[in-house]
Design a protein around this ligand. Structure first.
Ligand code: SAM
Length: 286
């Protein structure tokens, strides 16, 4: 394999030179490739879609963890759905205030191969004593568990294949059931310039279910097509309105060094462009 062509979109996509193929396998659930690219470092793809690269993963993982956890302010129990590469787990585990992390990943081979070939993603977090790693379908887990969580992070593939169910109404309803009072669900929700239906559908499913729902965004270079949106479904509207001063205090107290996240980026990320607001049926960013 000399180059890797992403096949997420018809007629448009990104190409990586494959400087060294590190691993390729068809797992029980998906086709997995991990390769070395001189510019982006080690890259993992599933079913033809780029999942993560060493070069830019920090943006995505910092924004899907520190925004909900610092907005919540007292998160003790965190659930990660998906996240097999371990990057989300690494960032969640940096929060000393978090006492328990459950991670539900459908494909154990992704975990094993990323531990071996993308070790800097998890950076030892799979050995964290707070972790309960469950290899199962995230939909089945949230539909059946009696556990409750303060923050739920859906770090899934795109809404195709095994990830499709993680964008369903049943999934959002089940996550809502699994949240403690004051809890919040955040999810990977695609790049609206290319996947506007994904935000439109999620908005329709969150509206009327969560006391406060919106999206926030960050540009992740290898999630092509512009900024990626993250869905926000909170049981308490106050969480999205935490003051800059409070976020600054919480961020400083966490002692976490970041490369992308800061409190100003946190608040600014919730300001969505007009075409996205129109797609989700909101007149403004309130
Ligand atoms: N950052 C990537 C993105 O934005 O597309 C996601 C990365 S992470 C590798 C996605 C993970 O979701 C994969 O490990 C995949 O196996 C997992 N996954 C897909 N469907 C799932 C399901 N129904 N339940 C649990 N995990 C699932």
């Amino acid at each position: 394999m000399r180059e890797y062509l992403e096949t997420l979109y018809e007629g448009y996509g990104q190409r990586f030179s494959v400087d060294q193929l590190l691993h390729e396998v068809r797992t029980e659930h998906q086709h997995l490739v991990i390769f070395e690219n001189a510019r982006m470092g080690r890259v993992m793809a599933l079913d033809g879609v780029i999942q993560t690269t060493e070069a830019d993963e920090f943006i995505y993982h910092e924004m899907l963890t520190h925004v909900p956890i610092l907005a919540h302010g007292a998160a003790k129990r965190v659930l990660i759905i998906g996240g097999g590469d371990g990057g989300m787990l690494r960032e969640v585990s940096k929060h000393a205030s978090v006492e328990h992390i459950t991670m539900v990943e459908i494909d154990g081979t992704v975990v094993d191969m990323c531990k071996e070939f993308l070790p800097r993603h998890s950076n030892g977090a799979f050995d964290d004593a707070r972790l309960n790693l469950v290899i199962d379908d995230g939909m089945r887990f949230v539909a059946t568990t009696q556990d409750k969580f303060d923050v739920i992070i859906s770090d899934s593939t795109d809404p195709i294949g095994p990830g499709e169910v993680l964008f369903s109404e049943n999934f959002y309803q089940a996550c809502h059931r699994c949240l403690n009072p004051g809890g919040v669900l955040v999810t990977q929700n695609g790049t609206p310039f290319m996947q506007l239906d994904t935000v439109r559908n999620t908005a329709g499913r969150m509206n009327g279910l969560f006391a406060d729902w919106h999206f926030y965004q960050a540009a992740v270079p290898t999630y092509i097509g512009g900024s990626m949106t993250f869905a926000w479904g909170a049981t308490d509207p106050a969480l999205r309105r935490v003051s800059l001063e409070t976020l600054r205090q919480r961020f400083a107290a966490s002692g976490i060094a970041t490369r992308y996240y800061n409190p100003e980026i946190h608040l600014g990320a919730f300001a969505l462009p007009q075409y996205v607001l129109q797609a989700i049926g909101k007149p403004g960013n309130d």
